[in-house]
Design a protein around this ligand. Structure first.
Ligand SMILES: C[S@@+](CC[C@H](N)C(=O)[O-])C[C@H]1O[C@@H](n2cnc3c(N)ncnc32)[C@H](O)[C@@H]1O
Length: 143
């Protein structure tokens, strides 16, 4: 799994806890902000979850472009929303069939994700729904 937008690691901690409980390859969590990543590293260490996460200070779009086709079970986008459309088609390309794309803030910031959601819709290769939890999550399974 890949997370774009680590910040201080709040969502990362949740994903890492699930990985510790269920096994699976470490989460790759990416953020441009090195200070935020250092905070996330401290928070993960305090929670005993260091082994479940690879933190990387990098641009999310560049990381997605460099990933191989179809290798990811899940991709979580939680960074600068207007950038997502410019990352297409990589969010689709990197997911395996049955893989899950999750996009945060789709109800709180609809205008900022509209172009991206239109690409997902037009692609025709996803089954998707919006979960009205928190700030709104797009959940899209690659067929
Ligand atoms: C809303 S915060 C992430 C919150 C975190 N996922 C959570 O739920 O606790 C957004 C983060 O995205 C990062 N960010 C913004 N643009 C980015 C990019 N192009 N690549 C990677 N990270 C980016 C910011 O530095 C910021 O830390």
């Amino acid at each position: 799994m890949v997370e774009i937008g680590t910040s201080n690691g709040y969502s990362t901690l949740w994903f890492a806890g699930v990985l510790r409980a269920n096994g699976g390859e470490p989460l790759l969590s990416v953020d441009l902000d090195g200070q935020a990543q250092r905070e996330a590293a401290r928070n993960l260490a305090e929670a005993g979850l260091t082994e479940q996460v690879e933190l990387r200070e990098a641009d999310g779009g560049a990381v997605l472009r460099a990933l191989p086709d179809g290798g990811l079970d899940a991709l979580f986008l939680d960074s600068e929303r207007p950038q997502y459309a410019g990352w297409w088609p990589h969010p689709r390309r990197v997911l395996r069939p049955g893989g899950l794309l999750v996009v945060d803030n789709v109800l709180s910031h609809p205008a900022e994700v509209a172009d991206f959601l239109a690409l997902v819709e037009r692609d025709g290769g996803f089954r998707s729904t919006t979960a009205a939890v928190g700030k709104g999550l797009l959940l899209a399974v690659r067929e």
